[in-house]
Design a protein around this ligand. Structure first.
Ligand code: FES
Length: 572
């Protein structure tokens, strides 16, 4: 084993080393701070206010046992946690803050390796961004999805079914009392959302990047094997420190391409785009929106999971899990990238049969033959916009219709159900002022509700365009992440109600039938400009001043790249 980083704190006979050791003794074995003992931080996003991660303290205990068993010394390190359903105005506003705080604490403390405990949507991205920038040996433990909840005998997909049932209330097909009754059944157990939403997608991403023990992603939170794998992770991180294997050895451009392929194959969340771009940015890896389109092209969606399909994460696990699914497309994956074990990811794919081919569909009979995430460009989105075709209505993937423009979320909420709203099923709903800078934090409002009068008439999907994001559990023909956003001067801010918008997903284009000259002559909508965020202090001010656009990951411009694990005077 090379010289341990923690030796800079603990070794020596001077007063500083004395202080570092003395304050940490507190009952540790005599040799715990020896020069041969890897010091392992368990970066723990457990929080009673992050319901999806509440159980991670129990998981941390299993990791600790594994670290001790392998000769290391574990420490619980509580880090900023983000409960997707709880924090306002949107958890995405705090992702970069969490990542920045984590990075600084990883660097500032006497540790040699990291185990990253995440679950709810933003927690794994923030942990990976931080681990990438500090580049200490690290392994992700995905906290796991919850068990399937049932209401009146039917499985409930958390998130997806909430959207569906709330639309049914608005359409008048179920009562609000029936909707409220389902509330007790949705969240059946510990764990994160059980659909292929953002949390499940980011667990898949972590595994496909090579940052988990292979076969970990998707293990339900309530499954005893989650604790077994957590124990194994504790053992492995000690070996990883000894081997000097770091995130930059594992997360290469090819492993990012594998992650994009995996996200396509599971019909994963559109949020994976901003998170993967941000993590890659921390590593100095060239990754662009075009890579999502190219790497995801032709990848079949084989996971028959909500919101694209029918089943839930517990079903994926019993059907064989992610490894069984990826085993079917081994030939499409890049063979070189290694995992935290040091062996290539593709080597882990042998011997994983599919036990239920209605959940993990055969490659030759997928849910959708060519899904991935499509990147649209045109005079409405010069730097790109994205859509998840597998969650959209096939008949709307090519569409021409008049815009109905909303200047802000508040404007949309105030007018969407107005019986006088001039809208038909062919209209294109446009929402602006919801990008990284405009709101701020780029909330998940892109899947805006359909006008009540159209719902009542039986309409269940329309083309919607915005600079916002969309919940990974949502569905519909929803074009998102338009860049540049309206608040950054993008043309989305220049569209007017009645303009004809053209969407051609196959042709990868998104345009408005207005000449460049005419567009240039139009000013930004005063109502939109009035609604854009103008924070004067605190994190929101720092965020708005420095956040980048969605097409580059919406990280802060000064957080791109790595500072490594060296503690310098600037770090103090
Ligand atoms: Fe936490 Fe969905 S709310 S994963």
């Amino acid at each position: 084993m090379d010289h341990l980083r923690s030796a800079a704190w603990y070794q020596g006979a001077d007063r500083n080393a004395y202080i570092h050791r003395a304050w940490m003794r507190r009952g540790l074995p005599d040799d715990a701070l020896d020069a041969t003992k890897p010091q392992i931080a368990i970066a723990n996003t457990a929080s009673d206010l992050t319901p999806c991660n509440m159980h991670l303290n129990e998981v941390a205990e299993s990791v600790k046992q594994g670290v001790w068993a392998a000769g290391g010394v574990p420490y619980n390190l509580p880090v900023v946690s983000l409960g997707e359903t709880q924090v306002k105005p949107t958890a995405m506003l705090w992702r970069n803050m969490a990542a920045m705080a984590m990075e600084e604490m990883f660097r500032a403390n006497p540790i040699d390796g990291l185990v990253l405990l995440g679950g709810c949507d933003k927690t794994i991205p923030a942990l990976l961004m931080a681990a990438a920038s500090v580049n200490l040996p690290a392994i992700v433990v995905p906290g796991g999805p919850m068990l399937t909840g049932y209401f009146r005998g039917e499985a409930l997909g958390c998130g997806t079914d909430v959207w569906r049932l709330s639309e049914e209330v608005r359409a008048g097909t179920i009562t609000n009392a029936q909707f409220q009754e389902s509330e007790q059944s949705t969240i059946r157990s510990k764990g994160h959302c059980n659909t292929m939403g953002t949390a499940s997608t980011m667990a898949v991403v972590a595994e496909a990047l090579g940052m988990t023990i292979p076969g970990f992603a998707g293990t339900p939170a309530a499954d005893a094997r989650l604790l077994k794998k957590s124990h194994e992770t504790g053992r492995l991180i000690v070996d990883m420190v000894a081997a000097g294997r770091r995130p930059s050895d594992i997360m290469t451009r090819e492993s990012f391409l594998n992650a994009i392929i995996a996200v396509a194959a599971v019909g994963g969340s559109t949020n994976a785009v901003v998170h993967l771009l941000a993590i890659a940015g921390r590593l100095g890896i060239e990754l662009s929106l075009a890579d999502f389109d190219a790497a995801g092209a032709g990848i079949p969606v084989m996971a028959n999971l909500q919101p694209s399909g029918a089943f839930l994460m517990d079903d994926l696990h019993r059907a064989g899990g992610l490894l069984a699914l990826l085993a079917q497309i081994t030939d499409l994956l890049h063979p070189e990238p290694i995992t935290v074990t040091g062996a290539p990811l593709v080597d882990a794919l042998g011997g994983h049969p599919v036990y239920d081919d209605t959940v993990i569909l055969p490659r030759e009979a997928p849910l959708m033959a060519d899904a991935g995430i499509a990147v649209l460009r045109g005079n409405l989105a010069p730097r790109g916009a994205i859509i998840k075709p597998s969650a959209a209505s096939p008949e709307l993937l090519q569409h021409v219709g008049p815009a109905v423009v909303f200047d802000s979320v508040e404007d949309m909420r105030a007018r969407i159900d107005d019986p006088e709203l001039d809208v038909t099923a062919d209209s294109v709903l446009v929402l602006r002022g919801c990008g990284p800078r405009g709101y701020p934090g780029m909330p998940e409002v892109g899947n805006m509700p359909l006008p009540r009068k159209l719902l009542e008439a039986g309409v269940r999907d329309m083309v919607r365009i915005s600079d916002a994001r969309m919940s990974g559990t949502a569905y519909g023909t929803v074009i998102l992440h338009v860049a540049p956003e309206a608040a950054a001067g993008g043309p989305l801010g220049l569209v007017r109600t009645g303009d004809i918008i053209r969407v051609d997903v196959a042709g990868r284009s998104l345009s408005v039938d207005v000449s460049e000259e005419e567009l240039r002559s139009r000013g930004q909508s005063p109502a939109s400009e009035a609604a854009y965020a103008k924070p004067s202090r605190g994190w929101a001010k720092l965020y708005v001043d420095h956040v980048m656009q969605a097409d580059t990951g919406a990280d802060l411009d000064f957080l791109v790249g790595s500072s490594g694990d060296e503690v310098s005077r600037e770090s103090h």
